[in-house]
Design a protein. Structure first.
Lengths: 113, 113
DNA sequence: TTTATACTGAACCACATGGTTCAGTATCGC
DNA sequence: GCGATACTGAACCATGTGGTTCAGTATAAA
């Protein structure tokens, strides 16, 4: 039986439940970025934006490196795997897509080599 | 580009962010059950339990069929796939575990045949 | 018909979220 | 050193969550 870290799943799934935070993750997937540069794209105050960043940090999804007055944000995607694993338990329930999934991972593996 | 239904991901990931609701999902994965029977296992009032059920319903993860005074709950796992698909976008970021994942699905497929 | 069962709803509480503004601090560039 | 830049924190607000209790309704069973 796979072990799931409940507290991690709690925080991570809560963290990804807001479109702004998913957008931040999406942005950081392309590489680290300055907090202000990321914030710019969002129609809210910097303070509001920072709250989202803090939620992501607490979930372990974002790491912050401070250099002088600048904060660089980097994606730390590992915790996403906990939620994914939990969800994949139920994969067989929503469809008989095992074939396609297997194919998908085989292809990904090929591409990454 | 895959289309993600933002509102669905919002509600579903929020719904699975509480251990009680994940436990309900786990329970219902074995088959439909009466509301009270499921509720029994949880150390909270029936009213409190019902609130969790309502959150799951709003996320489209649980369906309720009323027969007389009894509510039968059934898992409706399809919406889980939206969150899973969103997460799998980032799968390649968190590790080079593609081999193991592929193996996992191959084995699952074997077992289910 | 009475009583027990299976919820349902309203009201309340404490706390978190998602946003704001405004004021403060720390650092960088000139 | 001065001003601009890049945050940070406190305070506030409305709303949602996660729980409670208590009272009510509807149905099934005796």
């Amino acid at each position: 039986m796979v072990q799931y870290r409940a507290a991690t799943i709690d925080r991570v799934s809560a963290a990804i439940s807001h479109p702004t935070r998913r957008a931040i993750i999406h942005r950081l997937a392309h590489g680290p970025a300055r907090l202000s540069d990321v914030a710019e794209r969002f129609p809210m105050s910097l303070t509001g934006f920072c709250k989202h960043v803090r939620v992501l940090e607490r979930a372990g999804l974002v790491r912050r490196t401070r250099r002088g007055r600048e904060n660089t944000l980097a994606l730390s995607p590992q915790p996403l795997s906990d939620v994914t694993r939990w969800l994949l338990q139920y994969e067989r329930f929503w469809t008989a897509r095992l074939d396609r999934m297997q194919e998908y991972f085989a292809k990904q593996k090929e591409n990454s080599q």
